[in-house]
Design a protein around this ligand. Structure first.
Ligand code: ARG
Length: 465
């Protein structure tokens, strides 16, 4: 059986079940119920103020909305959405339920409103809440990173480019690199909040209303700065949703790349780190396995989040201006991305807390003489050799090293001088991996003094944010 429709008046025959089922969105847009009720409250208050509802009518509707709040809270607790899902969407559910309770007064609720502006306002309100939660979660991840940075200042590791050993950094420097990525994610999401400050409510279906709908009033009640400027633009605008999905995709890309680092680092081939046993899973077949499934799944879930951005862009690209029903699908992408992010971030925080370092293997990797090749070239530059020449000189030394595998500290000064006369005893300080970081001078480099200072600053920044 098809359900009652808000728009049935114009039709001679009821909607066929096959189309009814196909067009329904209540199974997912029910997630907007809180915001739908908020929007309806603001709308009722405004209708009363504008004389479109009597005080008594407004009271009745507000009482009904408050009852529905309890009812829908119950549905959520019991995960019982049968009744809601019988309706076309959450907006229809609210209206029909009020009608059931109060009769004709519910028929006035939708005065000067369309589901097109209603769904936009609900979704913006939903997203505003999600952004707040995400910011908290990201901050928690950043806290965990600062803690590790503080712990790992003295641990020197190879940094990689092209996944080939490049130069020395500290592990703290790596954790702080992740901090910076997540800081940009937080700033991007905060910036998006600026574009969620205008209320769509009162734009109607596409052309506003001849009734005295006070959009400034509802905007204020709902915590918006002002109403949006143009009714056509408003009901067809999903830029904010695309932006969120884009920001989410970038954030998940960060998560995915860091997961990839940690997955590599806990392989036997690297063996730089270990994850607590309680954070790993085993194999049903191979008794020895300890797998970083949580990391792999976070990397895997990035696919869905990136896909949601592509889906939403594709959804929007061919739509004519104004609202089209295609836009109903946007919520699937939005909810999935928001839920994935909020599910992933606490897992990430916990996994980060559970990382311990295998000092021996890390030290062995950091002792690779090639990791200070650039330091040696810069030593030559400090002694007056042109960089390109220094590069070539050390390149030839590297060739010899690759043949003999004799580390620099076992070379004689004369052996160095055979490559360039400016080499002195002091080169032995340069080739010591522990001194490389202390000698870094550039801002943003892994000099331990900079790192300590940065950790202090970030710690304070986090207290405040
Ligand atoms: N369920 C719809 C959506 O999510 C609500 C708006 C429907 N508007 C309409 N005129 N059919 O977009």
């Amino acid at each position: 059986m098809t359900t009652q429709k808000l728009w049935a008046g114009r039709f001679q025959n009821p909607l066929e079940e096959i189309i009814d089922n196909f067009t329904r969105s209540s199974s997912f847009d029910r997630k907007l119920w809180r915001y739908d009720l908020q929007g309806s409250c603001a709308h009722v208050l405004m209708l009363e103020q504008q004389g479109l509802l009597t005080h008594h009518e407004a009271e009745q509707l507000l009482q009904g909305i408050s009852f529905l709040h309890k009812e829908l809270t119950r549905c959520e607790t019991d995960n019982d959405w049968k009744e809601v899902e019988r309706q076309e969407d959450i907006h229809s559910y609210v209206e029909f339920k009020l009608k059931e309770m109060f009769g004709p007064v519910a028929d006035k609720l939708h005065t000067g409103r369309s589901r097109n502006d209603q769904v936009a306002v609900d979704t913006v309100l939903y997203l505003r809440d999600q952004l707040r939660l995400m910011d908290w979660r990201l901050r928690d991840v950043q806290r965990a990173l600062i803690k590790l940075a503080d712990r790992d200042i003295a641990i020197t590791i190879p940094a990689y480019t092209h996944l080939q050993r490049a130069q020395l950094v500290s592990l703290a420097h790596y954790w702080l690199a992740l901090y910076e990525m997540f800081q940009r994610d937080r700033l991007r999401l905060k910036d998006l909040e600026k574009r969620l400050q205008l209320s769509p409510l009162g734009s109607g279906a596409v052309a506003g209303s001849t009734l005295p709908i006070d959009r400034k009033f509802t905007a204020k009640v709902l915590g918006f700065r002002a109403p949006t400027a143009n009714s056509i633009d408003t009901v067809g605008d999903r830029d904010w949703l695309l932006e969120f999905l884009g920001n989410g995709a970038i954030l998940m890309t960060h998560v995915s790349r860091l997961c990839e680092d940690l997955i590599l680092w806990c392989s036997s081939e690297f063996n730089f780190i270990q994850l607590e046993d309680s954070l790993c899973t085993g194999s049903s077949l191979m008794p020895h396995k300890k797998n970083p499934d949580a990391l792999e799944l976070m990397r895997g879930k990035t696919a869905g989040v990136v896909g949601n951005l592509m889906s939403a862009l594709t959804l929007m690209k061919g739509l004519p201006s104004g609202y089209s029903r295609d836009m109903q699908e946007d919520k699937l992408f939005l909810f999935q991305t928001a839920e994935t992010l909020l599910g992933v971030l606490p897992v990430l925080e916990r996994v980060i807390q559970g990382v311990s370092v295998n000092r021996e293997d890390v030290n062995a990797a950091a002792a690779d003489p090639l990791l200070v090749a650039t330091d040696i070239a810069e030593y030559l530059v400090s002694n007056g050799v042109a960089f390109r020449e220094a590069h070539a000189v050390v390149g030839r030394m590297v060739q010899e090293y690759l043949k003999t595998r004799k580390p620099w500290r076992e070379w004689t000064v004369e052996a160095f001088q055979a490559y360039h006369p400016v080499f002195r005893e002091s080169v032995f300080e340069i080739v010591n991996p522990d001194s490389s970081l202390r000698r870094k001078k550039t801002l943003g480099s892994p000099n331990p003094d900079f790192i300590r200072q940065k950790i202090k600053e970030l710690d304070e920044e986090l207290q405040e944010s």
